[in-house]
Design a protein around this ligand. Structure first.
Ligand code: ARG
Length: 319
C-alpha cells in the first residue's frame, strides 16, 4: 500500500547528478569539497557566530554535490498517522491533503536544496524499510534517532523535541496508570509496529499482551472501541488525537533515552545529510520551524482523515 504524492514543484534544475543514493552502486563519492562542506556545516551549528559567510559558500558547493534516488527530486517517505507531525487534513472541499510540520519541513528542505519534493506514504515500518533499501532519500516521520537504526540510515540533527506517554481512555484512567498495572497477561497494551514505542512496551510491560499495529490511528481506534486497554504513544500525538477524541487520557510520562525527532537520511549520502542539517538549522533559527509547528497543531485540531489513501488518491472507506 504505497502512493506517490507529488507535493510541490520547486524545481530549480539540478546539474547532472551522479550516482543516486539508491540502486546497487556504492554511496555517492565524497569529493574533498563535500567533505569540507559537511564538516563546516556541522561546525557552524556548534559555533554559530563563526564563519557564516564561508559556510554559505561551502553550502552552495555542498548542494551541487548532492545526489538523490531520482535526479532533481527529493523523495521522502512518511507515515501519515501521526498528527501533528504528518496526517491528512480534510480540506473545505472534503478532500484529504497531506499536512503536518514534517511535511512543511520536507517542502522547506526540498526548496533549500533546489529539488522537487516527492512524498511516498507508507506505514511507519515501511518508512524504515524504504530507507534500508535506499528507495527514498529521506524518512520524515517523527523518527527517533534510535541507535538500533544506525545500520540502515543516518540521522540528521534533531528538529523537534517530543516525549513518550502511556495512554488509555477516561473510564480506565484509574486502573491502567502504572507500569505495574498494565504488566499483566490479561491487559492488552498497544504500540506501532517498528516504532520505539514497541521497545517501550516490551521493556516496561513484558508480561502484558502486547498488540502491535501498523498505524497509530489503528491504536487510537482500538483504545476508543475498548478493544485495547492502554498504549504507548508519542505525547504530542496523543495530545493531538485527544483534541478530536476527548475520551482519550494520557495517564503517565514514559522515560525514553533518545528523545527528539530527526530525519532518517539514506545511509552514506554525506552531502545530502549536510544539506539537510543546514536546512534544519536555518528553519530552527529563523522561526520557520516554530511557525510550521503552530500551523500543524492548528490544522490537526480540525477534521482529519485517518489512514492511507488508495492508489487513486482517495480516502479508503474501510480500513
Ligand atoms: N518516534 C517513534 C519512532 O521513531 C515513532 C515514530 C512513528 N511515526 C509515525 N509517523 N507513525 O519509532
Amino acid at each position: 500500500m504505497k502512493k506517490k504524492f507529488l507535493a510541490l514543484a520547486l524545481a530549480a534544475t539540478m546539474a547532472a547528478s551522479m550516482t543516486a543514493c539508491g540502486g546497487s552502486s556504492a554511496p555517492a563519492p565524497a569529493t574533498e569539497a563535500t567533505t569540507v562542506a559537511a564538516t563546516e556545516a556541522k561546525a557552524s551549528e556548534e559555533t554559530t557566530t563563526e564563519g557564516a559567510a564561508e559556510t554559505e559558500t561551502e553550502a552552495v558547493e555542498a548542494k551541487a554535490e548532492i545526489t538523490t534516488v531520482t535526479p532533481g527530486k527529493l523523495t521522502v517517505a512518511t507515515s501519515p498517522d501521526f498528527a501533528p507531525y504528518e496526517f491528512y487534513a480534510i480540506g473545505e472541499d472534503g478532500t484529504p491533503t497531506l499536512a503536518g510540520f514534517d511535511m512543511e519541513l520536507a517542502k522547506y528542505i526540498a526548496d533549500y536544496l533546489g529539488l522537487e519534493l516527492e512524498v511516498v506514504t507508507v506505514d511507519f515500518d515501511g518508512v524504515l524499510s524504504e530507507l534500508q533499501t535506499k528507495s527514498v532519500d529521506l524518512g520524515m516521520a517523527g523518527l527517533s534517532p534510535d541507535p538500533k537504526r544506525e545500520g540502515i540510515m543516518d540521522f540528521s540533527d534533531l528538529y523537534y523535541m517530543g516525549g513518550q506517554s502511556l495512554v488509555t481512555v477516561k473510564a480506565n484512567a484509574d486502573t491502567f496508570n502504572t507500569f505495574e498495572a498494565i504488566n499483566k497477561p490479561e491487559v492488552s497494551v498497544g504500540a506501532q509496529i517498528g516504532s520505539i514505542q514497541m521497545d517501550l512496551a516490551t521493556t516496561n510491560s513484558p508480561d502484558a499482551d502486547i498488540v502491535a499495529l501498523p498505524k497509530v490511528t489503528d491504536i487510537i481506534s482500538e483504545l476508543l472501541a475498548g478493544k485495547m486497554d492502554a498504549a504507548y504513544i508519542e505525547t504530542d500525538v496523543a495530545k493531538s488525537y485527544q483534541k478530536n477524541y476527548p475520551d482519550l487520557e494520557i495517564v503517565m510520562d514514559v522515560p525514553y533515552e533518545m528523545e527528539g525527532s530527526s530525519i532518517g537520511v539514506c545511509k552514506g549520502n554525506e552531502a545530502l545529510l549536510a544539506g539537510v542539517n543546514e536546512a534544519i538549522a536555518k528553519a530552527l533559527e529563523d522561526g520557520t520551524m516554530e511557525k510550521f509547528i503552530a500551523e500543524a497543531n492548528e490544522l490537526a485540531s480540525g477534521e482529519k482523515y485517518e489512514g492511507l489513501l488508495d492508489d487513486a488518491g482517495n480516502a479508503q472507506t474501510a480500513n
